[in-house]
Design a protein around this ligand. Sequence first.
Ligand code: CTP
Length: 395
Amino acid sequence: MILASREVILGISAGISAYKSADLLRRLQELNFDVTVIPTQSSLNFVGSATWEALSGHPVQTNLWNNVYDVPHIKLAKKASLIIIAPTTADLLAKIANGLADDLLTNVVLAANAPLILVPAMHPEMWANAATQENVAKIRSRGALVIEPDEGRMTGLDYGVGRYPTVEKIVSQVTKYLEISLPLAGVKVLITAGGTREAIDPVRYIGNRSSGKQGFAIAKAALAQGAEVTLVAANVNLPTPIGAIRIDVESALELHREVIKHFNVTNLLFMSAAVADVRPDKSSDQKIKKSNLQAINLRANIDILADVSESKKKQIIVAFAAETSGDMLEEAKRKLVTKKADLLYLNDVTDGAVFGSEQTSGWILDSSGQSDAFDLSNKDTLAFELLKRAMDKLG
Ligand code: CTP
């Protein structure tokens, strides 16, 4: 289906799951949709206009009686190339099935020619009710997509079919219905995250402060855009992003083995893991007594990035560097060149900033010689920016 524009209306009706649509809104924006939100008046009891205005960047209106000179329902209906209503209550299903229009959202639905996608969410009894099921059948018979609710726990203790589906499920059904492909569909992304630990004995190790948040943010951003993601996690205490293949490792040697194993079939490699540069020459099977711990002999770990770059074909490699002092940009450029990366994100980690934080700031360096400052922002934003640049290079 070819949409006339990227203008989407996201309708919100009065279900407690309305807050989940804030995430849906973001995901639609990531698909390059320009989203205008039309909440019903009662849905504002759950999530207020301020949230929708701030997230969408557009004014929010609920009734027909503001800016009447503008005839807002017709204007919005004409502008919309797609209408998604999530959550859709039983009441709203009944109105749409019967062509009722008593507020801005229902007027827009009635006046628009755009494809309509509904995401019902309600208590299982209401969903199973014959009246609701008849309304759903009627709406489907007109060509609209009505996504089946999930089964699970409700607001109270009750359980059944009626839950707001996961945002991943909604996005995948929307894209399938519209036959639009996600920008990273078919792209294989390998991401290393976290920090390696090099065992001294069964109790102690040499490690670093990397939390893995940036790598996991890249995994989530890549999955949201349809990529196949393999996530090699070195000591990361974060939930696996839905859809990622996760391989847990501990040491640099294990991480190296996994990167080598997957590199050939990878399109984009993000080396965000902090790899320990050295490991104890010998790791003891038994706990070493403190009296024997005066000195530890170290040996260098292989530079994984430099090693895989040697067998690079069409892969795009994104490196990361954390610096605290000196001419950080010069040092980062040197790493980009010697490790043959295509892009490098330089974090300024002075005073331990960034580690474990949701925020990051630094520079994005390109193998062409270009470097752009990346002002303080969250790690998800950086993830999307790096993916975009890596994809531009992949072509
Ligand atoms: N890296 C790697 N293998 C190593 C060390 C680092 O693959 N043994 C990768 C990191 O994952 C990162 C990039 O190289 O993407 C730069 O890491 P960094 O630690 O900044 O580089 P080093 O070469 O170890 O330099 P430094 O002396 O500053 O630690």
